[in-house]
Design a protein around this ligand. Structure first.
Ligand SMILES: Cc1cc2nc3c(=O)[nH]c(=O)nc-3n(C[C@H](O)[C@H](O)[C@H](O)COP(=O)(O)O)c2cc1C
Length: 485
């Protein structure tokens, strides 16, 4: 460990960095009621969406702000991940290769450090002063079941019978001034800890971090191994420990530079209807259902606090780009760990919410290599949940370029020979297609499409009809005044 000074996960220096990059737009006067959400949604569908910082939100004190679109560009994402400056998608993906495995290995060395106090305690509300509705939580979309204060958030919880602290990104809906609903999908680590408490009839301690350095929710929103604390993993990325303070009520660790923290307990038997809210794949699946309620007993917040917003919607959405980048890196690591050689690249496409439509490109080495890569990508620990289409292409195809990928599918695969179906795979009750499934439990089926040139005919396969890379480069250099237009 080089730098031992703990990092408070302060959002504000990062905002200044983004401003210096020319990637911050400040928006004054947008309404929390649908307008802020619609602006953010339209913004993220642009070619190079800036980050948005909303202020002067009608009905709220000036300075009570909301940030969105924080992770939606290569430059911002590389700065969040402390990878140096990468302005291109390809540069970021290259810089990220091998990093998740390294961070995971180093995480145990970066135990968070309790610094006693910090900016998060600038304002403390307890008892009758607790009012979650004092913050401009948006109604993001017309069909949402309520106002979601927690989207780009970190939900900190503790295990019942061990010291394990988990941090997950789970959506948080406001019920009233001191109650929020928490939606944790079964099997998620927070849900496992919650279930244990409920079975033992004990209140479940919760601290919800509503805004901080976006590295916080970026890592809470990916699959960090069972039993590992995300704060350690974040420390490995920062190469220094996270600076935390202890929640006055629960003792849970909270980044000392956090913007807003809601602390309280989910009590046994206290569940209420939550949702609906869109999902990462772009639908409102299922019907509103009951979810745990957290009774908020303390609110900590900085002066002029900032809610970090990252709502789901039809992709591309607020976090689909960062999910695609992060999950692609995790999937490459998983393929390599499983012994698949010569993986040129992986891309978990935004259109499938970075889960349902994944592509791997390989340099084919032996008969069966392509199917091996496809099946493992589809079924590995990081990849199996809700995977649907997995496509394997040769290394002359850029897996992130949909035009090239579908050209390979159209021209290098034969449906009868090259599509494998896995039945009764790992699905989800949140799958929009589950409405048409015959299963009682959340299964789905999965297709692996081998769109590589057939290995047994690889030398005879027709040549690609296009200019060579050298001719293309020479032509671009000489004729850029025509071709750059
Ligand atoms: C912005 C965002 C919102 C998310 N919302 C939810 C949610 O409401 N419920 C849920 O179970 N997972 C949600 N996820 C996915 C989880 O955060 C993710 O699966 C993570 O690995 C959960 O943490 P855990 O592995 O510690 O359980 C969300 C992810 C992101 C990035």
């Amino acid at each position: 460990m080089t730098n031992k000074t703990p990092d408070a996960l302060d959002l504000r220096p990062w905002i200044e960095e983004v401003r210096a990059l020319g990637e911050l737009v400040e928006v004054d006067g947008a309404d929390w009621n649908l307008e802020l959400g619609a602006i953010s949604e339209l913004n993220v569908k642009r070619a190079r969406p800036p980050a948005l910082l909303f202020d002067r939100i009608p009905g709220y004190a000036d300075g009570f702000r909301v940030m969105t679109c924080s992770t939606s560009s290569p430059a911002r994402l590389s700065s969040i991940l402390r990878l140096g400056h990468h302005d291109t998608h390809a540069g970021l993906v290259q810089a990220l290769r091998g990093k998740p495995r390294q961070w995971q290995t180093q995480a145990p060395d970066y135990e968070p450090v309790d610094v006693g106090t910090g900016p998060v305690f600038e304002n403390v509300a307890s008892g009758a002063d607790v009012d979650v509705e004092a913050f401009p939580a948006p109604l993001w979309h017309e069909k949402d079941g309520g106002r979601y204060i927690g989207t780009g958030c970190m939900v900190v919880t503790r295990d019942l019978d061990s010291d394990w602290v988990n941090v997950g990104t789970y959506r948080v809906m406001i019920h009233d001034r001191n109650h929020v609903g928490l939606d944790m999908i079964p099997g998620k680590h927070g849900a496992i800890q919650y279930d244990k408490h409920m079975k033992a009839g004990k209140p479940f301690p919760v601290a919800i971090v509503i805004g901080c350095d976006p590295l916080g929710y970026l890592i809470s929103g990916i699959e960090v191994p069972f039993g590992m604390c995300e704060l350690n993993y974040i420390g490995a990325i920062l190469q220094r420990p996270v600076s935390v303070v202890k929640g006055q009520l629960t003792g849970l660790p909270i980044p000392s530079g956090a913007e807003i923290v809601l602390e309280g307990w989910a009590h046994p038997g206290d569940e209420r209807i939550e949702g609906p809210f869109g999902e990462f794949h772009g639908y409102y699946p299922g019907k509103p259902a009951t979810a745990p309620v957290v009774t908020i007993e303390r609110v900590y917040y900085r002066d002029n606090p900032i809610i970090m917003g990252s709502p789901p919607a039809k992709p591309p959405n607020d976090y689909s780009y960062s999910k695609a980048v992060m999950r692609s890196a995790l999937l490459i690591d998983a393929l390599q760990a499983a012994g698949v050689p010569d993986v040129a690249g992986v891309w978990a496409h935004e259109i499938g919410g970075a889960r349902m439509f994944n592509v791997v490109s390989i340099r084919q080495r032996y008969a069966g290599h392509a199917r091996q890569a496809g099946h493992i990508l589809n079924q590995c620990g990081v990849g199996a949940y809700m995977s649907r289409y997995t496509i394997v292409v040769d290394d002359d195809i850029d897996p992130s370029n949909m035009q090239e990928v579908m050209w390979a599918v159209a021209t290098r695969s034969d449906p009868e020979l090259d599509i494998d179906i896995i039945k009764r795979g790992m699905g989800s009750k949140n799958d929009p297609m589950s409405i048409a499934y015959p299963y009682k439990a959340p299964f789905n089926s999965k297709a692996i499409i081998d769109a590589c040139r057939p290995y047994d005919f690889i030398d005879e396969f027709p040549e690609v009809a296009e200019a060579s890379k050298e001719l293309q480069q020479a032509t671009l250099a000489k004729w850029h005044h025509i071709l750059d237009k």
